[in-house]
Ligand binder design. Sequence first.
Ligand code: SF4
Ligand code: SF4
Length: 180
Amino acid sequence: MIKSSDIDLSFIKKVCEVGGESIKKCFQCGTCTASCVMGPYTTFRTRRLLRRALLGLKDQVLHSDDLWLCAACYTCYDRCPRGVKIPVVISALRAVAVDEGVIHPGVRHTKAFLKSVGRNGRINEAAVILSTIGLNPKGLLDLMKMARAMAIKGKRPPTKPEPIPDVEQVQKIYELVVRR
Ligand code: SF4
Ligand code: SF4
């Protein structure tokens, strides 16, 4: 049940200010949920996330795992009958989460992913996974189990990946982006 104390009417204003203004066009048809490539594999329901945001349920949205399950594939954007820029809206919601100091593992994953690509031109899978998990004992235990299963199948990722050719160009782009 939603209580009036759960609603923050300034939330959607802030989302709009950082690029998510198209969320206001959503009329809750559910096409995005039906199209979402992550839906069959996770609890993520796109329409529900947008609905909660529109209602001003800031804490529910910003602390939700759903917020970090979008793969930004743009399938829903292509199909939305109202032209809601859904992946852009989700990016705006994530930006607000970071701005409000909500450090979900998804934030750590994004930062580690960017840093790794900015350094090597490709991701260092081991480093990105470790940064994402952080100091979570259960996560580390699960990771060890996965690493063991991968090693048995000869699929252990390199701990120090070789940079791609001409990696300096990627590094320059990365520097420009992070300094903005
Ligand atoms: S498809 Fe578009 S209009 Fe329909 S629920 Fe999703 S965002 Fe809203
Ligand atoms: S952009 Fe995100 S919400 Fe839309 S279909 Fe892809 S994964 Fe789902």
